[in-house]
Design a protein around this ligand. Structure first.
Ligand SMILES: *Cc1c(COP(=O)(O)O)cnc(C)c1O
Length: 381
């Protein structure tokens, strides 16, 4: 089955009792048993719920894996992965992580004696420097936020040979439409389904997909034991979002392509960060491992004045100034004072997050309206 069919039919079946084409929202906490322990596969909705099962099956299909698991948020999904580890274990993670992931690793799990090495995985060979007998997990995020760096997933996996080390990829920015890490040899794929999978800015959720039964069992144990599950209504919403993932992503990419080229030629813009531009330092890797270059881009206004960036953001009317990304509507943000405000200015600037950097989540509106909006707002500085 091709991807564009899987989004609609992958691992899905009509409701066996009524023929309902979409799985009903099984808004129930518990399930009747005919005799103690005799039930129809469901006992209690933390352990399993049919609407969540339908979503988890869809996720597995999309990522080319065998098993899917859905959680209350992206961070709850990451939390479950790190709980596979024990004190003394070590993790090698990219240094350009989603801020919430960094916070979870350093402020929650370091307390439990799990050691994290944050390194620039753009150079995959750096992994060898940090590998030792305690290394249990490599955490990759690509493309990264907000600089859209690209990490070569296969090259990182090649560094560990056949050692017993899990490789996990946060695939939130790319989505399985553009990039399928399990098929490149990764063990775990993670998503903030809050973003493109849900796609309509109306739900917070996280998911995991894996190949291996033993790994799926361990993660399922943690999902049930720790209990950060998502509810049936949210499962329904994300399942519904997934049905249009391929058409939404196609338009996100088309619109971002036009906007990236428009901004690159704009006399008031210094730099545009989008992996589809030939000027992007990792353009070749992106071309190799992604089917398209995504709907996220960042740009810097000439002169690097924060006031200019703020003026542009305040005057955009179709782009909404807001956190988050991946919904049908276009959003804009100021990483230096929003998502990355907790990083000291010197550190921020080192990684390119300057005061005039603006991040766009390009939506699926008509691109001429989006460009006109940018034209007007940038014209004011
Ligand atoms: C939003 C996001 C997360 C966290 O997901 P939540 O659903 O907000 O918990 C993790 N990784 C990336 C890349 C994200 O964009």
């Amino acid at each position: 089955m091709k991807f564009n069919t899987k989004t609609i039919h992958g691992n899905q079946q009509h409701d066996p009792s009524t023929g309902a084409v979409m799985p009903p929202i099984y808004q129930t906490s518990t399930y009747a048993q005919s005799s103690p322990g005799q039930h129809k596969g469901y006992e209690y909705s933390r352990s399993g719920n049919p609407t969540r099962t339908a979503l988890e099956n869809a996720i597995a299909s999309l990522e080319g894996g065998e098993f899917g698991l859905a959680f209350a948020s992206g961070l709850a999904a990451i939390d479950a992965v790190v709980k596979l580890l024990k004190p003394g274990d070590e993790v090698i993670a990219t240094n350009d992580l989603y801020g919430g992931t960094y916070r979870l690793f350093t402020q929650v799990f370091e307390k439990y004696q799990i050691k994290f090495h944050f390194v620039n995985l753009s150079d995959a060979s750096i992994v060898k420097k940090y590998l030792n007998k305690n290394t249990k997990l490599i955490w990759i995020e690509t493309p990264t936020n907000p600089m859209l760096h690209i990490i070569d997933i296969k090259a990182v996996i090649d560094q560990i040979g056949n050692k017993d080390i899990l490789v996990a990829v946060d695939n939130t920015f790319a989505t399985p439409y553009l990039q399928q890490p399990l098929l490149m040899g990764a063990d775990i794929v993670m998503h903030s389904a809050t973003k493109y999978l849900g796609g309509h800015s109306d739900v917070v959720m996280g998911v995991l997909a894996v190949h291996d039964k033993d790994l799926a069992d361990k993660l399922y144990f943690i999902q049930n034991a720790s209990g950060a599950v998502c509810g049936p209504m949210d499962s329904f919403l994300v399942l519904r979002g997934i049905k249009t993932l391929h058409v939404r992503m196609q338009r996100h990419v088309e619109n971002a392509t036009q906007i990236a080229h428009y901004l690159e030629k704009h006399p008031k813009i210094d730099k545009v960060y989008w992996p589809g531009l030939a000027s992007h330092p990792n353009h070749d890797i992106a071309q190799k491992q992604m089917k398209g270059f995504g709907g996220m881009l960042s740009f810097q206004i000439k002169g690097n004045s924060k006031d200019d960036a703020v003026k542009v953001l305040e005057n955009l009317t179709i782009f909404t100034l807001a956190e988050s990304l991946g919904g049908v509507e276009s959003l804009c943000g100021h990483p230096a004072s929003m998502t990355h405000a907790s990083i000291p200015k010197v550190e921020r600037e080192k990684s390119g997050i300057t005061d005039s950097l603006i991040r766009l989540s390009v939506g699926i509106e008509d691109v001429t309206d989006l460009i006109k909006d940018l034209e007007t707002a940038i014209g004011l500085v």
